[in-house]
Design a protein around this ligand. Structure first.
Ligand SMILES: [Zn+2]
Length: 114
């Protein structure tokens, strides 16, 4: 009986010791918290669109992608606007302007397909 109680005490002390060791072992690592979430109001919205006027912002959101590269508008900064036969079309970057003007109908078809 007495031996059993001793064993019980020892094992409990051992558990506490492990617990304390565990706590002190990781006591300094409290900064490993989860990284802060993006402060953007709309996480789905590329940051480049924020640089547009309210009107262009809506147009770019509605168009969503570059007809040439099919990249998300705003993913490379504010998307430039191209006038294609009177229609305002956003592209992801200036590099796509020339391509779009080479074959406007072909590229605009990419937008309608989406
Ligand atoms: Zn581009």
């Amino acid at each position: 009986m007495k031996t059993f109680q001793l064993m019980s005490w020892v094992s409990r002390a051992f558990c506490v010791g492990v617990l304390l060791a565990g706590i002190s072992g990781c006591g300094g690592g409290s900064e490993t918290a989860t990284p802060p979430a993006s402060s953007s109001a709309n996480p789905d919205e590329p940051p480049g669109l924020a640089e547009l006027s309210a009107e262009d912002h809506q147009l770019a959101l509605a168009q969503a992608i570059c007809p040439v590269s099919k990249a998300k508008l705003g993913s490379m900064g504010a998307p430039p606007k191209v006038d294609v036969d009177g229609r305002e079309v956003f592209i992801c970057c200036e590099g796509c302007r020339e391509e779009l003007l080479k074959d406007p109908a072909g590229y605009l078809a990419n937008l309608q397909a989406e």
